[in-house]
Structures are given as structure tokens and as C-alpha cells.
Ligand binder design. Sequence first.
Ligand code: KG4
Ligand code: ZN
Length: 384
Amino acid sequence: MINRSYRVDTGVHPTTADTLPFWLIYNTGFRFPLSSVPMIVLGVESSCDETGLALYDTERGLLSHALHSQVAMHEEYGGVVPELASRDHIRRALPLLEQTLDQAGIAKADIDAIAYTQGPGLAGALLVGSSVACSLGLALDKPVLGVHHLEGHLLSPLLASERPDFPFIALLVSGGHTQLMRVDGVGRYTLLGETLDDAAGEAFDKSAKLLGLGYPGGPAISRLAEFGDPTAYTLPRPMLHSKDFNFSFSGLKTAVLTVVKNHDEKVIANICEQDKANIARGFVDAIVDVLVAKCVNALRHTGLKRLVIAGGVGANKQLREALNAAAAKRKFRVFYPELEFCTDNGAMIAFAGAMRLEKNPALAVRDYAFNVRPRWPLDELEAA
Ligand code: KG4
Ligand code: ZN
């Protein structure tokens, strides 16, 4: 069992604090300073092709996390096969739970609340995570909370040792989303702009596919681009000079297609490695230029000096280098999640759940009827 002696500093009679679960204490009218009521939140992520479980302690930080990526399974199909994804989440969830408990050295009964990804994502995949979370909650008699996947990404840089203070500008760049947001607190998000067509990650993946690279294409095209000649192909920078914060990447993908088709050999398999690297470089330079320019504009427009990058594309090396250079030149700070928390994971869900429960203990209800929200715009999320 976990040592709970740290509850003594709560300012409430220790016996009470030690014997009552945290949601009961809140609901019976005791008022602690929020941060002094420790709780352990289990996070369950299953929105797409990663099964992630994690335990976050509001006092001690992240206790453990475990992840299974289905990339190898989907690779031969060139993308995620939803039915296979759901079945694999079923196989992985409970073993990963045991792994996170073992790593943290705690028992199931030590979990105070369970947070799961309620949406957006693949309906079947979301249903697996939510049913696992709600069944566990019911069996353990613990409250359960549905979390917005993108809020998990947005808050994931707060898991790093260098945490940004609110407010900040966030660039959310994942496989399904590209959004620029002003973030004033947990659940206080103002959308400044977003992609009008493909998401940044989607553009990476589709362009990588055109170059015959595997799935997911983002990391592969980024690695290849390192060997490319930046002067060989100058691809369009869509909406670079539009006076808003929106993006459009489908034209860039089409530009890659055109370059590939116009190529002498016609057939992608015959394009030499160096030329593939040159095309990859042309693509990466174009997308990075647009992302950086829009971030800089959003900072200038709002007068903020902190930028947070979240989502899978946030792991991109060239994007990080360009943002760091812009930050040094224009005197703003840029924060990234740890590399392992850029792509989907359970830690960000446990953390987002814990943040919401700390802000609003009334969310800690024992209602085990769940519904998933495969399409769930972030601006429909209530403030914490
Ligand atoms: O956030 P994420 O794991 O899943 C979604 O919620 O979509 O993002 C996955 C996306 C994929 O499109 C993948 O190709 C891209 O992030 N990605 C990268 C890199 N690592 C992952 N894109 C560019 N460079 C990377 N290093
Ligand atoms: Zn994601």
C-alpha cells in the first residue's frame, strides 16, 4: 500500500483526511487548498492506435506510464484499420494497467479516480478505453471522468520539468488536428485559427506515402529530409501571408505529388534516394516555415511571450530547431512536451483528468454510464 502520510499537511484533522476519499471530503464541505489534497489518477488513452495507461499523483507527479503502439500492426495497410485497433486495445489494456501499477508500486485500491479519453477519435477504439475505465471505476467504487484528447495534448507540456505558466499560445499539431489556441487556464481555450483541410500530421503522412516511406510517415520523412538539399525543390508555403491564423496543407501534399509525378523515372520506386531526400527536405522546410510564421504572428497579435507545442508533429526535429531559433531571435519562450509525451499516451490523459478534478471536485462522480464523442470540437469543452 502507498504511504499516505503526506496528507498530514492539509490543515484538516489528519484522521479525517486520511480516512475519507478525496471526493467525499470535497462533497462534505471541507475546503482544502486544492493543491494540498493529493490524489492518484489513472489515465486511459485509446483514441487511435496507441493504448496508454498512466498513474499521476497530484503531489508527486507522474508515478508510471505504459504504452503499446500498434504501428507495426497497421503498417502493412498503410494506415490505421479501426477494427484492428479496437481489438488490440482490448488485448493490451489490462496487462498495461498491471504494468503501471507494478511500476508505481501501488495497488488498484490506491487509485482515487480514473480519467479516460472520451473523444475525439475512432469510435470503437474510444469505446474500449471508456468501458475499461468505467468497469474499473465500478469494481473499485472510484469516480470516473471523460477527458478530451486534445486537452490532454494541450496540457502535456505541463508534465515536463520546465512548465509554462498560463496564459500561453499553443500550437496543436497532430495527425487529425492543426490548431492555434490561446490558453488562459485549464479548459479556457480560445481558438485563433486552424487548418482548413489536411492536418499537419496528415500532410506528413500523405507526403511520406507518396515518397514510398512507411506508416506513420512523419518521423520517416523528417529523418530523410536531413540528407536533402534545401535548394533542390522549393515547395509552396500555403497561406503563409494570409492575415489570419489558419492553415491549409492539402496543396502542399499535391505539390509533392506533382514533383513525384514529373520526375524523370515516373515511378516512385525508381527515384534515387538522394532525390527522395531532396523532396522530403522541400516538404519539411515548407511546412515548418508556415507553422513557425503562424506561431510568431499569434504571439505578436496577443502580446504573449510563451509558446507551447503539443501533438505528434511536435516531436519533429526540424520544427523544434526552427522554433528555437525564432524564440531566440524574437525573445519568446517555447515549451515542448517530453518527446515520449508528444504522441498519444496515457500520462497526458491522467494529467488532464487530475487538473480538472483539482479545479472542480464536483466532476468526481460515480456515474459509470459512458458515451464516447468521436467528434468533439475543443471549443465545446467546458471550462474547468
Ligand atoms: O498526436 P498524435 O500521436 O496522434 C493524433 O492524435 O493524431 O500524432 C500523430 C501524428 C502522425 O501524423 C505522425 O506522422 C506525426 O504525428 N508525427 C510526426 C513525428 N512524430 C509523429 N510528424 C513529423 N515528425 C515527427 N518526428
Ligand atoms: Zn493525439
